[in-house]
Design a protein around this ligand. Structure first.
Ligand code: ATP
Ligand code: MG
Length: 202
């Protein structure tokens, strides 16, 4: 039988854990904005980005959101922000999914016009947090020049954080981001025939 009580063992384990965490915290001494990529095939990329929007708003920070692709379908989070958070700058590309519009030329024009707004946010120290939702598809379809996008993200103001969402994105984009999270698709309700749900899926 062990001489130590469960409580003692637990306390020792937690103490070791605390020392590890404290050491990591002490080692992270850079203070600057963070570039985050939320990618992968699972559900949760855009909703994670909007989670960060609410965090930033909690501290009175200035938030800019650009939604590539979205604009043609309902989107509860965007509706809420435009009604209740006038300080948030929200710009939507306004075309539907590319497989709906099936018009490459007009999609390219829309993507480039939307990029101008994104680029202006990335150049402005006024914004603490910039969300570039579904940007990766614009790179995948070659609607936007990859080097141009990467340079704008790299050269943004030091204090500004940026969140890019969307599947894929490519190696070069991953390399310049500070945090890259891949949401894995284990299963999705839609594949069992459950309809997309208001307030959950859109
Ligand atoms: P969310 O906006 O819910 O965080 P997401 O941004 O990760 O999702 P997108 O690829 O942008 O995913 O697609 C948005 C919509 O597609 C949502 O309605 C979401 O539930 C659905 N979706 C996401 N991943 C899958 C999947 N693996 N299979 C089927 N539908 C999916
Ligand atoms: Mg998304």
């Amino acid at each position: 039988m062990s001489d130590k009580s469960d409580q003692q063992l637990h306390q020792e384990k937690m103490q070791k854990q605390k020392e590890k965490v404290d050491a990591h915290i002490a080692a992270a001494d850079l203070e600057r904005g963070i570039a985050i990529l939320m990618t992968g095939n699972g559900k949760g990329k855009t909703s994670s980005a909007f989670g960060m929007v609410f965090r930033a708003l909690g501290y009175g920070q200035k938030v800019g959101i650009i939604q590539f692709i979205k604009g043609a379908q309902d989107c509860g989070e965007a509706d809420y922000l435009s009604k209740h958070c006038p300080s948030v700058e929200l710009i939507q590309m306004g075309t539907g999914f590319t497989w709906n519009t099936q018009d490459k030329e007009s999609d390219i024009v829309a993507a480039q016009r939307t990029w101008e707004a994104a680029n202006a946010m990335l150049a402005s120290a006024e914004y603490d947090l910039v969300i570039l939702d579904e940007l990766t598809y614009m790179l995948g379809y070659k609607y936007l020049d990859r080097a141009m996008v990467i340079n704008a993200i790299k050269n943004r103001p030091t204090e500004q954080s940026v969140v890019v969402t969307g599947r894929g994105g490519g190696r070069e984009l991953r390399e310049i981001m500070d945090t890259v999270s891949e949401v894995k698709d284990i299963k999705h309700a839609f594949k069992s025939g459950i309809k997309a749900r208001k307030g959950v899926d859109y």
